[in-house]
Design a protein around this ligand. Structure first.
Ligand code: UD1
Length: 371
């Protein structure tokens, strides 16, 4: 019986692994599939509620690494993952996305000659200041089978010398999860009530904001500019802002709390998947620096303004509802006004973002492992 270890570590991994675990169980019940959580994200609102809401089984193995600098976190995951591989001797490991857990586990496995399978391969922002870009490039270089979400990813990989026969265009597993859950998402008013927000918010009459990229929140001037601009947009329609722990820490450290203590800005703790999707679906516009949310808004047909200078997911701009604006306050505000006035880009569903990516991936993977 073949054994596979699926690795997760951080919040954006959970919605990607959920349909993969499910597809393994449905299509290949005889397989021994273990779920390993590195512990990169550990709080209930960064981890546990995602497992519960998405029906992800409890991890078979939890490395419990916790937070740290990039070097500490990466090294700690590697140190703790190695004995697991020695003990379990899997036939392959599956890693998703671009977080530190992705590269750490891939690097340990490849040195032990254990095949590395990368889901969401080939995305490139071409911005090496982004820690995730380093994780993407390196993980793809050492992966044996690479599953992509968009056609351009294949070209990015080819440019880096990765042979085409290793690459398989399979679609977007995160959109599998979205399609399965969008209708069941928590009504946004319920979420607001849960957090004692009494404002009379109506569907399509608020903007949803998320930000946590170090390039935006670790620099006082940039963070202040962004918060000031959000405050300005909140004069047109109120802002709902679930605050990531990194951002929360930085707002406090830099003394910027007064910007979000505003009657038109409603802050929340980091939300569960069902709550966030409920808020996203009903937002007039989403302003974010997240990678995944750029894709989810495209799939939902909700306008997205991306507070970054670039994106590794260009299909969301070319075909979807996304506009890249960076951190220039005038450009953010003028794009916001334009979206409010016109309703934003209509967008269309990218190819193979159809809710069946995980089935295609596990089916292909089993064939590939048998060869
Ligand atoms: C990580 C990913 C990023 C992803 C993001 C989603 C990398 C390099 N970055 O960034 O790609 O978009 O997750 O959230 O892997 N913290 C908590 N509780 C937790 C986890 C973290 O309070 O459960 C706080 C800690 O203070 C920690 C900080 O958040 O130091 C940052 O966490 P970390 O995992 O280092 O990076 P993220 O910014 O979350």
């Amino acid at each position: 019986m073949k054994k596979i270890i699926c690795v997760v570590g951080a919040r954006p991994n959970f919605m990607k692994i959920a349909p993969v675990m499910d597809a393994f169980q449905r299509l290949f019940p005889q397989l021994n599939v273990l779920l390993l959580h590195t512990g990169q994200h550990y709080d209930a609102n960064m981890k546990t509620q995602f497992f519960e809401q998405l029906g992800i089984p409890e991890p078979d193995i939890d490395l419990g690494v916790g937070s740290g600098s990039h070097a500490v976190q990466t090294a700690e995951i590697m140190l703790r993952f190695e004995p697991v591989l020695d003990k379990e001797q899997p036939d392959a490991i599956v890693v998703v996305g671009d977080v530190n857990s992705t590269i750490s586990c891939a690097l340990v496995a490849v040195k032990k000659d254990i095949p590395v399978i990368h889901i969401e391969a080939g995305l490139r922002s071409y911005d090496r200041k982004m820690p995730e870009e380093i994780n993407r490039v390196l993980t793809d270089q050492i992966s044996d089978r690479l599953y992509t979400t968009e056609k351009l990813a294949e070209q990015n990989l080819a440019k880096e010398g990765i042979p085409g026969e290793r690459v398989c265009f399979a679609g977007n597993v995160m959109i599998d999860t979205l399609k399965k859950n969008a209708e069941k998402a928590t009504p946004f008013l319920e979420t607001l009530k849960e957090y004692n927000i009494n404002a009379e918010l109506q569907a399509k009459q608020y903007s949803l904001v998320t930000m946590h990229r170090p390039s935006n929140v670790d620099n006082k001037n940039i963070l202040e500019t962004l918060l000031k601009t959000l405050q300005k947009t909140s004069r047109t329609i109120p802002v709902v802002f679930p605050v990531h722990p990194r951002t929360q820490n930085k707002i406090k450290e830099f003394g910027l709390e007064h910007y979000i203590q505003d009657k038109n800005i409603h802050t929340l703790p980091p939300l569960g998947y069902m709550q966030l999707v409920g808020l996203m679906k009903n937002a007039r516009v989403v302003m974010t620096d997240s990678g995944g949310i750029q894709e989810e808004t495209t799939a939902l047909g909700v306008p997205c303004i991306t507070l970054r200078e670039n994106t590794e997911r260009p299909i969301t701009v070319e075909q979807g509802t996304n506009t890249i604006v960076g951190t220039d306050p005038d450009l953010i505000y003028s794009t916001f006004e334009e979206v409010i006035k016109t309703g934003g880009k209509a967008g269309k569903q990218p190819e193979l973002w159809d809710g069946h990516a995980a089935d295609r991936i596990v089916t292909d993977l089993m064939d590939w492992l048998d060869q």
